[in-house]
Design a protein around this ligand. Structure first.
Ligand code: 13P
Ligand code: SF4
Length: 343
């Protein structure tokens, strides 16, 4: 089949498409009404076909919608897992279903591959809360204090940092530096959480995730009242008073591992909306209470945009070579610390 098949045969829900996507719909039937599947299925089939022709791999963050996460992704996970997987692939093209900093991290680890993001506007409020110049000023103010930056930052900010971390390995990374003081950026709440787990003193930037900062402790108490026995899992980007109410605090993959290991009867994941949908597909016996805060950036990634991205090889993520060299060093240093662990 040639690469122009997408145009030559518009996105009909043909018998062939229905058959090719039937096993995927079987998994998603609780989440996507039968009436809606004919809208998604032709894209799912076309993307899966085109990705073979391109020798492309699709990596999806845990916050992608179920038709992407279960329909077209080859690999999925939290930020740390995506970075690792990006570093290990032999595909020619990496298409990142997530936000820009995730695609940029994949590019840093694969400078010679084509790395695509379906929408360049898929940003992150944490990444846009700090610039490389801000980091240089912090270094002037705190001479000699090492800088740990959360992967939710631009490559330019990573380039000014000693090492990166994710929510899955932040405590380990901070402690790996052997310093009594560390500059931690840009997430104030993750910084606050890490500080509660280590004797290292953290100087914290006051950036916030626009999705997680909206959760409140009152909401969590209400979940407990409405669903006695519910187990509360929260992402460390939530405010400290929310984390205090939680039974478990961890990265998105950490939450998935919790459900896998403990099989709670009732669970609430205090994080982005699509998480619970994606995990519920795999654990039909677990009841998910679904608080819903959408990440508008993650939701810019849609099946039509993924198809256009693969078809036109757009939007190719590029990082200026000197920034890339320095940013890669910070990411690779993190990978060396966190090797063998996720969640
Ligand atoms: P994770 O690394 O836990 O997947 O978090 C990434 C993120 O953007 C959370 O908002
Ligand atoms: Fe950024 Fe928050 Fe969206 Fe994660 S959920 S990508 S931290 S804005």
């Amino acid at each position: 089949m040639s690469l122009d098949f997408v145009e030559s045969s518009p996105l009909d829900y043909s018998a062939e498409v229905a058959q090719a996507t039937a096993p995927i719909y079987q998994k998603l039937r609780e989440f996507i009404p039968e009436l809606e599947w004919p809208v998604y299925a032709p894209y799912v089939a076309a993307i899966n076909e085109l990705k073979k022709q391109r020798n492309a791999i699709i990596l999806a963050h845990n916050y992608q919608t179920p038709e992407i996460f279960h329909g077209v992704a080859d690999l999925s996970g939290d930020s740390l897992a995506l970075a690792r997987q990006a570093g290990e692939t032999t595909a020619d093209v990496i298409l990142l279903c997530g936000v820009h900093f995730m695609a940029e991290t994949a590019k840093l680890l694969n400078p010679d591959k084509t790395v695509l993001i379906p929408d360049l506007e898929a940003g992150c409020s944490l990444a846009s809360s700090i610039t490389a110049e801000d980091v240089r000023l912090l270094r002037e103010r705190y001479p000699g204090v090492p800088v740990v930056s959360y992967v939710n930052t631009s490559a330019a900010v990573k380039a000014e940092s000693d090492i990166c971390c994710t929510s899955a390995n932040a405590v380990e990374v901070v402690e790996s530096l052997g310093s009594q003081q560390v500059i931690f950026l840009p997430d104030e709440y993750l910084g606050h959480y890490v500080a509660s787990k280590t004797a290292v003193e953290l100087i914290v930037w006051k950036g916030h995730c626009e999705v997680h900062e909206r959760f409140t402790a009152d909401q969590v108490r209400a979940f407990r009242q409405q669903h006695p026995g519910v187990e509360v899992l929260a992402h460390p980007e939530c405010p400290p008073e929310v984390l205090e109410e939680a039974d478990y605090v961890g990265s998105t993959s950490g939450m998935i591992n919790y459900v896998e290991e403990k099989r709670p009867n009732y669970v609430v994941m205090v994080t982005e909306c699509s998480m619970s949908d994606n995990v519920a597909v795999e654990y039909p016996d677990v009841h998910f209470v679904r608080p819903c805060n959408l990440c508008p950036h993650m939701k810019r990634i849609t099946l039509p945009r993924i198809l256009a991205s693969l078809k036109n090889l757009q939007h190719s993520v590029e990082v200026e070579s000197e920034i890339a060299r320095r940013a890669r060093r910070a990411v690779e240093r993190m990978m060396a610390v966190g090797r063998g662990k996720s969640g």
